[in-house]
Design a protein around this ligand. Structure first.
Ligand code: FES
Ligand code: FE
Length: 405
């Protein structure tokens, strides 16, 4: 479909509330381009973990919405992020992660301080205002080790994320964690299909036997009617009363299972499991300020792109990066305590649950995307167990409408 052929406002207006979207929202490069320049640019994304740039001068090169970014730790140990574009004639500065006392352009050797300001530029005409030639920055925050960023998002959202996440991430020891494993699951499907899949559990029972075997809250969120749901609520409430580490600052149930678009939550894994391994036994040493294994899982989320889960002994950082109308990068990073030795971490048992689940999701999403490409595809109704994707799609449409030309 050509850009001129899309009357976006009319298309948005005819979407039926509570139903999935029409085909172009999942397939059209033109709509993706509109999103990329506007709505997506205002969203916040997880860019990485602080341990990837541990010292001042360490930088990493990351892609976000078609932009190459330099994410660097500055002299004051703060994380900064700049477009990887020289202010002279636009060359990329770096292709790979590295470390340097200043950021250098390989083309004509302009040099920038770690705060992005232009330090040196040979032969610059007299009178040129160097202060106007610093690297262009984007909004970025490091919240107890979790690096989140947005190309054009409002700073209030960054502050809100900090307020909501900092105590919990600190308690879970994310600021002192190290990366133990990372896996990539490039998925041939629009980012909405990836996120819709991630935030509903209607598909959990038919598609994720391992996840359902481990996560007992599935009794509550994957069945309707769900007589077991009440029992789960009672079990979880009893866990909070007696089993959970009481000093944990993260909001407990029941709110965790009634996820707000942005917030934190905590619940037991259930079934006597201490962590999300196949047998429930630990896979790594305790993290953070947790005094003992209590079998809890803490969730940090800000829809649609920030999701982070912390167990007693490891944490999982989820990254969903839209690449094109029909491609999404899905990347999972597993974190353990920074002082845990290789021998103390059982990587295979640690990654088992989310690796097997994400491989299953990739297949589901790609089949979903393939079906949506059919001329016969029409939107279908979300069920009561898909309230979260329905809410997200509604919010997306209204925000796109308010910004649509
Ligand atoms: Fe970077 Fe010329 S383009 S110094
Ligand atoms: Fe899934």
């Amino acid at each position: 479909m050509l850009l001129e052929a899309i009357d976006l406002k009319a298309l948005i207006a005819r979407q039926r509330p509570g139903w999935s979207l029409e085909q172009p929202f999942y397939t059209s490069p033109e709509i993706f381009e509109i999103e990329r320049k506007g709505w997506l640019a205002r969203q916040w994304f997880t860019l990485g973990h602080g341990s990837e740039i541990p010292e001042p001068g360490c930088f990493m090169i990351r892609e976000l919405l078609g932009e190459s970014l330099i994410v660097v730790r500055d002299e004051g140990s703060r994380v900064q992020a700049y477009y990887n574009v020289c202010r002279h004639r636009g060359s990329r500065l770096y292709e790979e992660d590295g470390r340097s006392s200043q950021l250098n352009c390989p083309y004509h050797a302009w040099g920038y301080r770690l705060d992005g300001s232009l330090r040196s530029a040979a032969g610059l005409p007299a009178g040129t205002d160097k202060s106007s030639l610093g690297l262009r920055s984007i909004r970025v925050r490091e919240i107890e080790g979790l690096i989140v960023a947005s190309l054009e998002g409002d700073p209030e959202t960054g502050e809100m994320l900090h307020r909501q996440f900092a105590d919990g991430l600190g308690y879970q020891g994310i600021d002192r964690a190290r990366i133990a494993a990372r896996r990539s699951y490039p998925t041939r499907g629009n980012w909405k299909l990836v996120i819709e899949n991630f935030i509903e559990c209607y598909h959990c029972l038919p598609a994720h036997p391992e996840y359902c075997g481990v996560m007992k809250h599935v009794d509550l969120v994957a069945r309707e009617p769900n007589p077991a749901g009440q029992a789960w609520q009672e079990t979880a409430a009893a866990w909070l009363d007696k089993g959970a580490n009481p000093e944990c600052p993260i909001t407990p149930l029941p709110r965790m299972l009634l996820f707000a678009p942005c917030g934190t939550g905590r619940a037991p894994i259930g079934g006597g499991r201490l962590t999300q391994s196949e047998d429930g036994r630990p896979v790594a040493p305790l993290m953070g300020l947790q005094p003992r294994f209590d079998g809890g899982v803490s969730s940090f989320r800000c829809e649609p792109f920030i999701f982070f889960a912390a167990l007693n002994d490891h944490a999982v950082m989820f990254q969903f990066i839209p690449v094109s109308a029909e491609e999404t990068d899905v990347r999972l990073t597993w974190l353990v305590d920074g002082s845990a030795s290789e021998a103390q971490v059982d990587v295979a048992r640690m990654i088992w649950l989310w690796d097997v689940t994400t491989v299953q999701d990739k297949r589901l999403i790609e089949r979903n995307a393939a079906g949506i490409r059919s001329r016969s595809y029409e939107p279908g109704p979300y069920t009561g167990l898909e309230g979260m994707p329905a809410r997200l799609v509604g919010r997306y449409l209204s925000e796109l409408a308010s910004g649509a030309a």
